[in-house]
Design a binder for this molecule. Structure first.
Ligand SMILES: NC(=O)c1ccc[n+]([C@@H]2O[C@H](COP(=O)([O-])OP(=O)(O)OC[C@H]3O[C@@H](n4cnc5c(N)ncnc54)[C@H](OP(=O)(O)O)[C@@H]3O)[C@@H](O)[C@H]2O)c1
Length: 355
């Protein structure tokens, strides 16, 4: 019997996973949520192509809750705990890409709502994606299997947002191209949300290693542009934010043990005072043995692939979508409750060679 899946969100990541769900014979799409009121009632084929499916977009939580389904891929631009609680309580397993990477570290009131919903619905909650997810949790956790002694874990993400196609996230929410005071951590709720989800990764690694950290700190460094220029999402005026560095550190007895360094900029000038890892994700573990991996997604490594810049950028969305889709069988068969990356079997694709 196919696993019945609801796709919640049809953006860059959600549309990708919806197309894969429709192709897979072990998974069956039984509902699709999207945000825009003007899309409600349209057949999902209006987005995915092909003949009508009989499945129509809804933006109603109640309608989604009423559908008989095994799993929801929860991928909206803005995530709400109330929605996740309702889905879990209605008996649906939930795989999230926006948050819930290590819900055990959430404030007690929120975590206990999730736990109660999982118990009521006999359901499981799992958060995954490329980063947060693979780069900051799955990959380091896999490397740690080779460790005898660990002195320090460092995860770096270096990304130039100039090529990212989502203007709302880049300009309105992240505040690239805004005055520094608007992008400051204390003034920007979106960055505060990001702050929490990246800290969740440090909490998960500490939990995996059975360390009770004293605290996790955030240092934000904003860099202003000297000139004005255009990026894919719009315009960056001079003296507005063109660089944002977030340095999260998990401390024990005055020592930083686990750190994540997000080095995000727009434009051609990379801030000279920042660390300079390669583009993509670098995990460095100092200890015995000391280990380092560099990871990047592209549409293809073949020089003659014909892949465009858009294709290469979109490869990261595919990676996030597939981590969620490929986790469905394990999440559906997991015990009820909250599960995190270090407790999950590897996500493996279904018949990836199309043989
Ligand atoms: N963990 C990771 O590594 C990772 C990586 C990439 C993305 N993500 C997260 O995964 C989620 C999906 O990513 P994406 O790139 O697909 O995002 P996206 O393109 O911005 O997602 C758009 C989806 O969200 C809906 N939407 C639009 N405005 C909304 C609002 N105000 N509230 C709720 N939903 C809204 C859209 O509805 P319509 O279709 O009707 O427009 C669409 O279905 C995001 O939360 C993103 O932060 C995580």
């Amino acid at each position: 019997m196919a696993i019945r899946v609801i796709q919640w969100g049809t953006g860059l990541v959600g549309a990708e996973s919806l197309r894969v769900l429709l192709r897979r014979d072990d998974l069956e799409v039984v509902g699709v949520w999207r945000h825009s009121a003007n899309q409600v009632g349209r057949d999902i084929a209006s987005l995915t192509g092909g003949p009508d499916t009989g499945i129509r977009f809804t933006n109603s939580l109640q309608e989604i809750v009423a559908i008989d389904a095994d799993c929801v891929l929860y991928m909206p631009r803005r995530a709400h705990i109330d929605e996740v609680v309702a889905l879990l309580a209605s008996g649906k397993n939930v795989i999230c890409t926006p948050f819930a990477f290590f819900a055990k570290s959430w404030p007690e009131a929120d975590y206990s709502r999730i736990e109660k919903a999982c118990a009521a619905g006999s359901s499981t909650l799992y958060g995954t994606g490329l980063n947060p997810g693979f780069a900051g949790m799955i990959q380091p956790a896999a490397l740690l299997g080779m460790s005898n002694r660990v002195d320090h874990i460092r995860i770096e993400e270096r990304a130039n947002w100039s090529f990212y196609g989502n203007a709302e996230i880049t300009l309105e929410l992240m505040k690239f191209g805004s005055p520094a005071e608007e992008a400051a951590l204390e003034n920007n709720p979106f960055v505060q949300f990001n702050d929490q989800i990246f800290k969740e990764q440090i909490s998960m690694l500490a939990d995996a290693l059975k360390i009770a950290l004293d605290e996790i700190t955030t240092d934000q460094d904003l860099v202003l542009s000297e000139s004005s220029f255009d990026i894919r999402s719009g315009h960056i005026a001079a003296q507005t934010v063109c660089g944002q560095r977030y340095h999260w550190r998990g401390w024990k007895n005055g020592r930083s043990l686990i750190e994540i360094d997000a080095l995000w900029n727009v434009g051609e000038d990379y801030p000279t005072h920042w660390p300079k890892p390669r583009d993509g994700w670098t995990v460095s573990i100092e200890g015995s043995p000391s280990m380092q991996t560099h990871f990047v997604t592209l549409a293809s490594f073949r020089p003659d692939s014909g892949a465009t810049l858009d294709d290469h950028v979109h490869s990261a969305d595919i990676a996030t979508a597939m981590l969620a889709v490929n986790s469905i069988p394990q999440v559906v068969s997991a015990a009820a409750g909250v599960i995190a990356a270090h407790q999950m079997p590897l996500a493996i694709p279904n018949r990836p060679f199309n043989e």
